[in-house]
Ligand binder design. Sequence first.
Ligand SMILES: Nc1ncnc2c1ncn2[C@@H]1O[C@H](COP(=O)(O)OP(=O)(O)OP(=O)(O)O)[C@@H](O)[C@H]1O
Ligand SMILES: [Mg+2]
Length: 323
Amino acid sequence: MLQGTNLIKDFRVRLGLFRGNANLRAVDNVSIAIQPGETVALVGESGSGKSTLGRMLLGLIPQTSGALSYRGTDFSQLQGDAQRQFRADVQAVFQDTSASLNPRRRIGDNVESPLIFNRRLSAQQARSESAQLLERVGLDPKTFASRFPHQLSGGQRQRVGLARALASQPKFIVADEPVSALDVSVRAQILKLMQELQAQDQLAYLFITHDLGVARLIAKRVMVMYLGAVVEEGNAADVFARPAHPYTHALTLAAPVPDPARARPARHLMGDIPSPLAPPTGCRFHPRCPYAQAICKTEVPPVREFENGHRSACHFAEQVRAG
Ligand SMILES: Nc1ncnc2c1ncn2[C@@H]1O[C@H](COP(=O)(O)OP(=O)(O)OP(=O)(O)O)[C@@H](O)[C@H]1O
Ligand SMILES: [Mg+2]
């Protein structure tokens, strides 16, 4: 449905007085394909490029190079009706709902505006459909439609964010840390709601999260990013149970994913994530890697493929998988 091939995103950043500008490669040669109705989780530490990749797929920022297409049409060719369809089909839900909800408008109006402006419903139709949408996300319209966003809890606001996204009858939602600011019980409710909505509408999600437990719960497929690159991807259960990249392995140790079958010696992450302005040579993970050998400093690891589309870019993927 949506496809990105060899995507690169560079940002020009100012280094400071007399030090000029530099290129920061936030996304480095990432390919991704989203099928209708599927959930792909995108995980990785802060600064690994998850949101930047999500914003490119939403068409919010242009790629530096690489190709993006929606239903076989290149983004640059999406015009007129096709572009309007794309804007309706592909929606975003963010951690911070203030990015999507207008604080000065009532909840009802916030959900109605895409119905009026994108779907061209009459004011009366929009009112009744927005009430239905609020009900779908578990909010009583009689109680909530006339409130303002600041009068809701974080979990309630996130439900409104979902209702507003659903108003355009999307096919694909990029959800960027949608539950990260919520406490555990509310988080579980919102995840369950997102799964129900998905089953009803054949929605696809790109679910961005730094929480592996959430990724495992919600997604069939997972992609792990490190310093702008996808280092491992595959079926979420396979990847978390038998990581084939030391970075993923370290993430699972830092935040254990419940799985009694997995008992392996601890090999924790060493040091901090390097600056994306000066990424390490060879394998970008080598300075932090407990498996690193001489080859890792000089040669970019090729992608190795295991069963079920499980892929890893590591010179020693087999050893890592063997534990
Ligand atoms: N507009 C921008 N200009 C310059 N650099 C940027 C810009 N947006 C992002 N970056 C840089 O790109 C890199 C990736 O950022 P991104 O927001 O995609 O990471 P992330 O994986 O979403 O992190 P987090 O988990 O903290 O949200 C970071 O080094 C960030 O500083
Ligand atoms: Mg982010």
